[in-house]
Design a protein around this ligand. Sequence first.
Ligand SMILES: NC(=O)c1ccc[n+]([C@@H]2O[C@H](COP(=O)([O-])OP(=O)(O)OC[C@H]3O[C@@H](n4cnc5c(N)ncnc54)[C@H](OP(=O)(O)O)[C@@H]3O)[C@@H](O)[C@H]2O)c1
Length: 331
Amino acid sequence: MPTTHAVRFHEFGPPEEVACFEPIEIGDPEPGEVIVRMEAAPIHPADLNRLEGRYGERPELPSIGGIEGCGLIESIGPGVADLAPGMRVALAHVTGTWCERVRVPADRLAILPPNLDPGLAASLIINPSTAWRMLHDFISLAPGEWVLLNAANSSVGRAVIEIAHHKGWRTAAIVRRPELIPELKQLGATAVLLDDDQLRGAIPEITGGEPLRLALNAVGGASALRLANALTPCGTLVTYGAMGRRPLELPNGLLIFKDLRVRGFWLTRWFRQAGAEERSAMLREITRLAATGVLRSQVAATFPLREAATALSAAASDRRPGKVLFHMASE
Ligand SMILES: NC(=O)c1ccc[n+]([C@@H]2O[C@H](COP(=O)([O-])OP(=O)(O)OC[C@H]3O[C@@H](n4cnc5c(N)ncnc54)[C@H](OP(=O)(O)O)[C@@H]3O)[C@@H](O)[C@H]2O)c1
């Protein structure tokens, strides 16, 4: 039975303490499956939460870390059409990617252009898909309409800015660090504002009083309240992350007098509920946006799997200049 190495956890706890680099057996590909030799996989906030046992669903233990990544197809099982050894693929909605080799259902793969930057290829699915869905699934944005978002320097925030810019929507991007303002404007944000008490007055100046019908919240607490206050009556506040680890606290009046729509988004649920054609249409579009330079990536550091503890500490560090990736090619 083929043996490979993975970063696994046998208990929940601080990620850098519970992660172990160890050999595992993956078995031969069954009908409809392929073996992917992994190239790279990111460490997302959700990965840290999975290892801590604080994610939406607790995985069965022991569990391999990682929820996306890219690699080359090494072998294919019976009945797999349209894929061949040597093809470069991204793993979409697959857990257990912090591994040298992964056995995966063929229908979870998105075919990648061979020359796509590895940092972008490794993190192509989750954050851009989340951005794409939130920009399309809650309201129908008119050309030039404004979208408000906090944690705008996160990978999801950056993808929102890039996709919105490409589609002709304007973004009011909220950050907690002033040094990010020029960079996010360069990326395509229409306006970049600081997440502080001045925001309420600053937003109408930027938008000229035009309606703000969609706000995307990945922080919670006071930051989410600032977004909610800026929304137009009947506007929609979508919460998809909780980086500030503070609950949403919305005054009753925002619901009574403004009738705000308070919604949530979880890509895992979307992937489970979407049809195969809907999933592949979105993945094709995202791959096209990556191949044409609309989507870009920011990598802070790369580590081999055997340095999992150092990599996980780096990923948990504050004010990172991009994603931390595992790079399996260096194993
Ligand atoms: N619901 C879903 O389906 C879904 C899908 C993907 C991601 N997410 C969530 O989206 C969020 C962003 O993920 P990501 O991978 O894009 O993140 P990321 O690239 O790792 O960046 C993290 C971001 O969080 C900000 N941040 C960290 N601590 C903060 C705090 N205490 N207050 C305010 N901002 C803080 C950072 O600000 P600086 O830039 O200033 O350092 C950075 O912009 C996470 O909560 C993640 O779990 C949810």
